[in-house]
Design a protein around this ligand. Structure first.
Ligand code: SAH
Length: 366
């Protein structure tokens, strides 16, 4: 397994990922194809192969002459990332992939297969600048934003693997995408938004996934949450709250020193109203830190009667961390108190924990 220092090729600092079909809107694709000296209608053909048929194999594009295929591939389908390794667990129903990007940067995605759905957890940035002390990604800081196509390609690769039957359990379709891998999606707003368009635009412009199956998870960047609400999407918004009081949240989610609990919840309710979707509140239960019954009551009072659902995540301890997951009895009491306020509450399953694929662990081990 290569360590970052051992990589043979490292692009100059600040170099941009090469342009890729998935970076471009349908109109921009036509222009790009014309610039390559090809007829503009080839843009639609290319989109049909990449998005509609999920094919990145030019040999199968029989409606395009071989010489044009080569030009289009060179100009618009550069290799953006290569697999460093796949690691599987849960009887191969969970597969984590470590990717190496063009400049040697490492990011990860996780594919989780359930009986009734398939979910991919993807990265929106290499590293993260939000600095939450319980999150492994936060410890290393932000390396850079991913390009739209680098985000889309994580999903495209997963879809191709499902379609080809490479993932055990037979051919399947991707149903859900969660922006819960590395990075803060709303801090890479433009590219995350374009990636959502590529994923949800009907084929052949995009992959035709349902907006309802896409979840964007945020630490609570309030202005970006309002902006996101105005996009007219029906994606789900998850808010990483982790504490109902400013004193503790300032520590657990440092961006709280900028936007307080009350402001962040207001922005969330605004999103719920505009999108018609329930907000998902993420709350990592940390033993003796944020799991007290009084905090459950405080949280219950803050969010009851709202369009909301609470997702409790048993803390996945990061290497060297002094924190650990709550005792089972404290977790049960926390759930009970929230439910007594009428707040729908579930405890997240901890898929992928043994392959460091659980939240906040991605790519930390390199
Ligand atoms: N930056 C975004 C999305 C990435 S993390 C956000 O913070 O929402 C996805 C979720 O995993 C967040 O709720 C995050 O707080 C949580 N998480 C991170 N590290 C974790 C850990 N060690 N144990 C449990 N949950 C963790």
């Amino acid at each position: 397994m290569p360590k970052p220092g051992e990589l043979t090729f490292v692009a100059p600092r600040g170099a941009k990922p090469p342009r890729h079909l998935a970076d471009l809107s349908p109109a921009e694709r036509k222009e790009a194809v014309a610039e390559l000296g090809e007829q503009p209608f080839r843009a639609k053909q290319l989109s049909n192969h990449y998005f509609g048929r999920m094919s990145n194999d030019p040999a199968s594009w029989t409606d395009i002459p071989a010489a044009s295929r080569e030009k289009l591939t060179d100009g618009l389908l550069p290799d953006l990332m290569s697999v460093v390794r796949h690691v599987s667990c849960d009887d191969d129903a969970t597969r984590k992939t470590l990717w190496k990007l063009f400049d040697g940067t490492l990011v990860e995605s996780v594919l989780m297969r359930y009986p009734d759905r398939v979910t991919m957890c993807i990265s929106s940035q290499a590293g993260c600048g939000m600095n939450c002390p319980f999150c492994a990604t936060g410890q290393a800081g932000l390396t850079r934003n991913l390009s739209t196509a680098e985000i889309v390609e994580q999903i495209a690769a997963g879809m191709r693997a499902l379609k080809s039957g490479e993932i055990p359990g037979g051919e399947a379709r991707l149903s859900n995408v969660v922006f819960m891998g590395m990075g803060e999606p709303l801090a890479n707003y433009k590219r995350v938004l374009s990636s959502i368009r590529r994923l949800t635009d009907p084929a052949p412009d995009g992959f035709g996934l349902s907006q309802r199956g896409i979840t964007v998870s945020t630490v609570g960047l309030v202005p970006a949450m309002y902006r996101f609400a105005d996009e007219g999407l029906s994606c789900r918004l998850a808010l990483s709250l982790h504490a109902p009081d400013d004193e503790l949240r300032d520590e657990l989610v440092p961006v709280n020193t900028r936007w307080k609990v009350a402001e962040v919840l207001d922005a969330a309710w605004n999103y719920a109203e505009k999108s018609g979707r329930r907000i998902s509140i993420e709350y990592a239960l940390i033993k003796d830190i944020n799991d007290q019954a009084w905090r459950a009551d405080l949280l219950g009072r803050l969010i009851k009667n709202r369009r909301v659902h609470v997702n409790l995540i048993p803390l996945n301890p990061t290497p060297g961390s002094k924190w650990t997951a709550s005792r089972p009895e404290d977790e049960r009491e926390f759930v009970r108190r929230l439910q007594s306020h009428g707040v729908p509450t579930t405890v997240r399953d901890t898929r992928g924990q043994e392959i460091d694929g659980a939240c906040g662990q991605l790519a930390a081990a390199g």
